[in-house]
Design a protein around this ligand. Sequence first.
Ligand SMILES: NC(=O)c1ccc[n+]([C@@H]2O[C@H](COP(=O)([O-])OP(=O)(O)OC[C@H]3O[C@@H](n4cnc5c(N)ncnc54)[C@H](OP(=O)(O)O)[C@@H]3O)[C@@H](O)[C@H]2O)c1
Length: 278
Amino acid sequence: MNAENGRRVERSSTRRVLITGASSGLGRAMAVELARQGARVAVTARRREKLAATAEAVQAAGGECLKLVGSVTEPETVRRHYACIKSEWGGLDWAILNAGVGDAVNARQFSAENYRWTFETNVMGVAYWLEAVIPDMVKAGRGTIAGIASLAAYRGLPNTGSYSASKAALVTMLESVRVDLAGTGVKVVTVAPGFVKSEITDRNDPKDMPFLLETEDGVRRILRGIERGERLVHFPWQLSWFVVHVAPNLPSALYDWIVSRMKPRKKRPYRDESGPER
Ligand SMILES: NC(=O)c1ccc[n+]([C@@H]2O[C@H](COP(=O)([O-])OP(=O)(O)OC[C@H]3O[C@@H](n4cnc5c(N)ncnc54)[C@H](OP(=O)(O)O)[C@@H]3O)[C@@H](O)[C@H]2O)c1
């Protein structure tokens, strides 16, 4: 196997895990924590050097690492990455579909391009991986698929329409997949975090992120939920209680009034939307 398609670093006989979007933030921290627990970890992302740093951290934590550079928005890349995992490990036990993007655009400057970019990554990037992994997991009669959605999925938030809508699509998609796969032995976990420190949240003003968690705290909660095979993993409870249980039942006029009082400060723009080699 060459460096372009992936690199086998060392071999073990423990859980085989895929994490998409592992060059920074939650994906990188999950990869290192799972390696610490002894898992074999396949990591994907577009930024080659950052992904290499993740692979080194995984190895330093004692884990085996497959480094797969490329975008989840390219179906042929996803198929190539999965073929690489299958040829090295024979398949996957966990697929953590974590890669995601988001940027703030007020609807007064509505950008269809912003929606296309966000949906290609947050929705289609998951769909391509689902298409790759579901048949083998169903055939094996086991496996866990976890999609990293967001508490932003539950109602439309100001300035983040494309992000909220893409995560809402993801939550619904995962729910349908879970229902369809019931009885096959394959578990589907929907993870909807609040605010967790990462490159995405580094661009926000901390005052706009109530109950912001340390990355390691977020990762601990996510991995515990996946390990238990929970259908829905929401946190922190202070936000998720309101967002998941109260907000969806509020009349629109009351909801609009509440969120119109939220005035998010200007975010730093997303670092770059262009492509794989950055
Ligand atoms: N942090 C939070 O507060 C929070 C809350 C709720 C949900 N989430 C979700 O958690 C997930 C992880 O985000 P994060 O907070 O850890 O932010 P992050 O540090 O920006 O990580 C995002 C990861 O996704 C990767 N990625 C983006 N586009 C990609 C593409 N087309 N192909 C492959 N990889 C891609 C990035 O790598 P490259 O740029 O190198 O490709 C990066 O590794 C996202 O789905 C996000 O929406 C985060």
